[in-house]
Design a binder for this molecule. Structure first.
Ligand code: SAM
Length: 354
């Protein structure tokens, strides 16, 4: 069965950015189409002018390049008016028509207040549906596809597939993290999520090792520094404010009261992290300077989004970074993403691969 649309989940309020992004990526891939997006719904639908095979769309659209999309689902059918007394039968028919096995099924609402109200219905409904799918032997452990049923309400659903290698593995595209009791600030979750989602398990072992060093610009009270120390990385924390006392007592942190835009380390460090609230281009150029001059190997930083032209600004920052990294030694990977724990900001990670 052909994919009628691409469904992208995003943070509520960022539908315009997710829409601009998918339009641009599709255009670059030579796919004409249009977008349907309503404010504060936390999702966007892209309709190719002519429906395509899910494999073709999956190859053309690279999830890792998406900044504002939390999840990418290739939708085969939009069902409206599911009967209250038997939702399973029409859903089963729609899933069978896919003619594609899948290894798992997830029932999801949008990440909005209305969506939250569907949670208990979805929990209850998932058991009979899963049983029906198993009975028809539609679940196959070896399949790279995951079946997504995205419910707008209890009678309207988008049925589609997401590929393991081109989607988020997390329900609703959200990695939920518990606030560690000992961390000095909630900001800590942003860097934790960045490490856990922008690096795979092997990369986490390779790039976050005991004995490495880091500089944290705008470090106070120390949530980001805490994540590095937790991974046995020594940190130079730059900020005029006060650092958390317990964190300082670890002996892993040197606190220097200095301007983050002027400070440079005497020896190169493995990581530069930065959570200073400043204009995005200003931060991007500072990060680029450190990378180009060899003061750090890798960087992770947040870019606060402006009020207007948020998508254009992010693209501008990405281009400045990519152009600036293109003519220096080494191969860099730049990932940008609006993480679940980011609000009016996005996270950018630059990894020196060799
Ligand atoms: N990442 C921190 C955490 O996890 O606890 C929170 C950082 S807070 C959002 C921003 C910090 O940047 C503030 O503590 C502020 O003092 C610092 N800051 C802003 N401009 C700075 C500058 N030019 N130089 C050094 N620090 C700066």
């Amino acid at each position: 069965m052909l994919a009628q649309s691409c469904l992208l989940y995003c943070r509520a309020g960022f539908e315009k950015e997710a829409a601009a992004e998918i339009m641009q990526l599709a255009q670059q891939a030579g796919i004409q189409g249009y977008v349907k997006a309503r404010p504060d719904t936390a999702f966007v639908l892209f309709y190719p002018t002519s429906p395509l095979e899910p494999e073709a769309l999956n190859t053309a659209l690279n999830f890792s390049e998406m900044v504002f999309a939390r999840q990418l689902v290739l939708v085969s059918q939009h069902i409206q008016g599911l009967p209250e007394n038997d939702r399973v039968t029409p859903l089963l028919a729609s899933v069978e028509a896919l003619q594609c096995p899948f290894h798992d099924v997830v029932l999801e609402p949008a990440d909005t207040n209305e969506g939250k109200q569907l949670s208990s219905f979805l929990k209850k409904f998932s058991t009979p549906l899963r049983r029906a799918l198993e009975k028809k032997q539609l679940l196959q452990a070896s399949s790279p596809w995951r079946l997504h049923l995205f419910f707008i309400d209890s009678s309207e659903v988008h049925v589609g597939l997401a590929h393991n290698d081109n989607s988020s593995p997390h329900t609703m595209g959200i990695l939920r993290l518990k606030m560690p009791g000992a961390a000095p600030s909630r900001s800590t979750l942003k860097l934790d999520e960045a490490f856990l989602t922008m690096l795979n398990t092997q990369e986490q072992e390779k790039y976050l090792r005991n004995g490495m060093t880091a500089v944290d610009l705008g470090a106070c009270p120390g949530g980001w520094t805490w994540q590095l120390v937790k991974r046995d990385i020594r940190v130079i924390a730059i900020d005029n404010g006060p650092m958390n006392d317990t964190l300082m007592a670890s002996g892993m942190v040197e606190h220097i009261r200095a301007d983050g835009f002027k400070y440079l380390p005497s020896k190169p460090v493995d990581w530069l992290v930065c959570d200073m609230v400043e204009r995005p281009l200003h931060i991007t150029r500072l990060m680029l300077r450190w990378l180009r001059e060899g003061h750090c190997l890798h960087a992770c930083f947040n870019l606060k989004l402006p009020m207007k032209k948020r998508y254009d600004m992010i693209i501008e920052c990405r281009d400045v970074l990519r152009d600036g990294l293109a003519d220096i030694n080494g191969h860099y990977r730049v990932t940008m993403r609006q993480l679940y724990h980011d609000r009016e900001e996005i996270t950018c990670m630059v990894i020196k691969l060799n």
